[in-house]
Design a protein around this ligand. Sequence first.
Ligand SMILES: [Ca+2]
Ligand SMILES: [Ca+2]
Ligand SMILES: [Ca+2]
Length: 206
Amino acid sequence: MSKKMLKASVAGLILSVSGFANAGLITEIGDTGDSIHTAQSLSANTTQISGSISNNSDVDLFGFYWDGGLLDINVSYDNSNLDSQVFLFDGLGFGLYHNDDAPFPNSAISTTVSAGEYFVGVSSFSNDPVSVDGTIFPTFYTGQMAPTGPGGGSVLSGWEYDGVSNGAYIVNISSVSSYPQSVPEPSTLAIFTLAIAGLVSRKFKN
Ligand SMILES: [Ca+2]
Ligand SMILES: [Ca+2]
Ligand SMILES: [Ca+2]
C-alpha cells in the first residue's frame, strides 16, 4: 500500500468512526414536550437519548421514524433517583405499549412494528398517559403492557401528573430512520380526489 493510500484509508477510518459516534447519541434539547405536537424529533441513526425528568410531573416525548421490524427501547437511570416508566405511541398518538419496571429497575419495550412514525415517552412512576376516556394503560408494573386501560381506544390527550421522582435517564433505542421526504403534492391531490369521489358515490347510492 502506498503512503498516499494509507493516509487516505486512515482519514476514512477516522471519519467513519467519528460519524458513527455523532449519529448515535442525542441529548434532550431544553425540556421536550409531553404531547405528540411538542415532542423532540430524533435524527436518523439515533441509538441513545440522554435526557432528564426535571421535576416529578415532567414527561419527555421523542418522535422518530421507523423502517419496520423489531424495535427495542430500554430506559435506564444509573446515576439518578428517577423511577422511570416508558411508553410507545403510534404517529397519531394511540398507545401501543407501556412498561414500568422490567427488566428491573429499567423500563423496556420490545416489539415488531410496521414502518411509520412513532413516539417514545418517558415519565416518573406513576405519571400515566390519559385520553378523553381515561388512562390508556393498566397500572400493573410486571412487564410490557398493551393499551387495555379505559382510555386505550383513544389518542393521548394528557397525563396524570402524579409522578413521585425525578432525575437523569438514558434511552437506548434501535437505530431509527430519517423521516421520509414530505409527500409530493400530486399524491396528496390524488388522495383528496379519491376521497371526494368516494363521498360523491356514497351520496348517489343513498
Ligand atoms: Ca425533560
Ligand atoms: Ca418534558
Ligand atoms: Ca419504574
